[in-house]
Design a protein around this ligand. Sequence first.
Ligand code: PLP
Length: 373
Amino acid sequence: MTEFSHRVEQVSISGIREVFEAAGEDAINLGLGQPDFPTPDHARQGAIDAIRAGKADGYTSNKGTVTLREAISEKHDRDNDLDVDPEDIIATSGGSEALHLVMEAHVDEGDEVIFPDPGFVSYDALTHLAGGEPKPVPLREDLTLDPATVEEAITDDTALFVVNSPANPTGAVQSPEDMREFARIADEHDVLCLSDEVYEHIVFEGEHRSPMEFTEEDNVVVVNACSKTYSMTGWRLGWVTGATDRIERMLRVHQYAQACASAPAQYAAEAALTGPQDPVAEMLAAFEQRRDVVLDGFEDMGLECPTPKGAFYAMPKVPGGWVEEVIDRGVVVVPGDAFGEHGAGYARISYATGMDELKEAIEIMDAATQAVR
Ligand code: PLP
């Protein structure tokens, strides 16, 4: 009889899939966490050119091509005012692998990992897979993470805490003051701050700052990806940036589990990062319009919804039975408790969907709201 590892037995397949399966084929899908825009042409061309030139056939350096890591380093300079050595970056298979590397390299059996609840589903699962103890912490009323809550949760067993801004599933954006506090907490308690910045460029109000900007010490690692910024979820290209010794440890995992990120994707990412950034601005403008339509819709329905300042999600408070009723009527939304126990009583709506479908979905949600009241 096969015995599976106790670590893998503690993880289940994400509940989000079940929601898709419960909805009919013609359902309007507000459950997806990926932009509905094409990958910019110049990014695609970067891969095509590399493939035609025969540059993408073999393994690259384990960390990724030098030119991609230089492009990422320039991006950190341009967007985050950070001076990062390209040697302190590993190109990964999406932000997901980058999160995995951070956990594997820093979490020991029994170590605690603090993360937001509701929060992105991978934090809990990757903590278990690394043998750690998940320590989800609740959010403020506006669905941001209070640095004081994180600081209170830290014990001698804490390996790291996760900050995710803009956030999935809430759309919340942390203030620069909060980010400064997270950096201070990491330094003062000598625990690692994992800053998941995959939605960095999707900010409508406020500004994105990285905790890494606020410290001279090495207690922050940044995870980012091309997935959301450049609508490249299928390409699987992300990265992790951190201090030299942390990168060296993460490389040990990456080297044996992955060898290197996909070479064609690395060339596409390099082109995305170094080429014109207008597609990002166009996508942002579209998301903001949709966000406003969604917020107006919830207001008309009488549902309370903290204003999402970034990403492409909204998280209204919903009455009992609402999610089931909405799904029955053909709109896929995700129950808030799929993201942690404090997500109960909320639903996550992704507005990475065309405006016409979104408006139709709002009418259906309105009718469902009246039906369950
Ligand atoms: N971090 C957050 C907060 C996300 O929402 C996601 C994807 O949904 C990821 C990381 C992983 O992104 P990727 O597709 O690059 O693996």
